[in-house]
Design a protein around this ligand. Sequence first.
Ligand SMILES: *[C@@H]1O[C@H](CO)[C@@H](O)[C@H](O)[C@H]1NC(C)=O
Ligand SMILES: *[C@@H]1O[C@H](CO)[C@@H](O)[C@H](O)[C@H]1NC(C)=O
Ligand SMILES: *[C@@H]1O[C@H](CO)[C@@H](O)[C@H](O)[C@H]1NC(C)=O
Length: 264
Amino acid sequence: MRFLYRWNILLKVLSLIHHVMSDTPCVVRSLSSVEGEEVVLKVDLADLSEVSWMTRPGNYHIARTYIGGKIYIRGNNYNGRLFGESDGSLRISNLSRDDQGLYRANQRGPESLQCLEYYLQVYKQVSEDDFQIFYSVSRHEGCSVNITCAVHKSDLTVTWISSEGDIIVNGNVISIHDPSRNAIYTCTAGNPGTNRSISVNPWSHCHKGRRHTRNQADYTWKNIGRLILSGCILVLACGFFTSHLKTLRDITPNMWLIRGKLYS
Ligand SMILES: *[C@@H]1O[C@H](CO)[C@@H](O)[C@H](O)[C@H]1NC(C)=O
Ligand SMILES: *[C@@H]1O[C@H](CO)[C@@H](O)[C@H](O)[C@H]1NC(C)=O
Ligand SMILES: *[C@@H]1O[C@H](CO)[C@@H](O)[C@H](O)[C@H]1NC(C)=O
């Protein structure tokens, strides 16, 4: 009886060791984050005594965490970027693309040992330079606008949304016919970690050229006005000048011009 009991314990221990040492698959969860941000690899065992953390493949042991936030870090590959959370979870701060990969947590409880794996993906921040908007406007029978949201990175996906709900999306391109004045269309370029948006008002692109023509007409009218005004001033000036000449001709040699008055 006693022998059997010991045998049982031995088996249990052996199976635990096997579980930990072998590559038996354990639950794998996906996580994504962005460069420069932080991520928490959560434990899922409430009654923990210790969690050992490894990066895989290679089973490189990086840290041990405990309830209360205590942490032992092995090596300095993470440059002080590893932290223990109060529930025994592991936090990695200031993520870089190199942190992307598989992490395993061997969670040791009072009488159980459970493993958990995280596949962490670290995406680059989306910057303004990663995407661009192009317009193509046609004014046959109203105004048609094609707007292309072009991305320069393969891991970015594009979504268009409209404030009007009237949107025809063909890949990265939207086609709008006679856009209403206040309609706003928003292109979002993103990855599962982060995204960035640009909003456009197609109406303003339909009316850009037209406003320009009207402005030219305005200029023409202004110039005509100026021309007429200059003409008037010229005519008036000529009038004054001739009347002045006439006055001078009326002065005979025996007249004296004293203080603007004529004396003979
Ligand atoms: C974050 O990591 C980068 C290198 O990946 C480093 O240049 C930067 O100083 C770090 N920032 C902080 C706040 O630690
Ligand atoms: C918009 O794209 C459609 C489909 O490619 C094309 O038939 C149409 O001529 C384009 N319109 C403009 C204004 O570029
Ligand atoms: C963009 O990111 C926010 C959170 O940062 C998210 O709520 C939203 O759904 C994302 N949008 C798209 C289109 O992916």
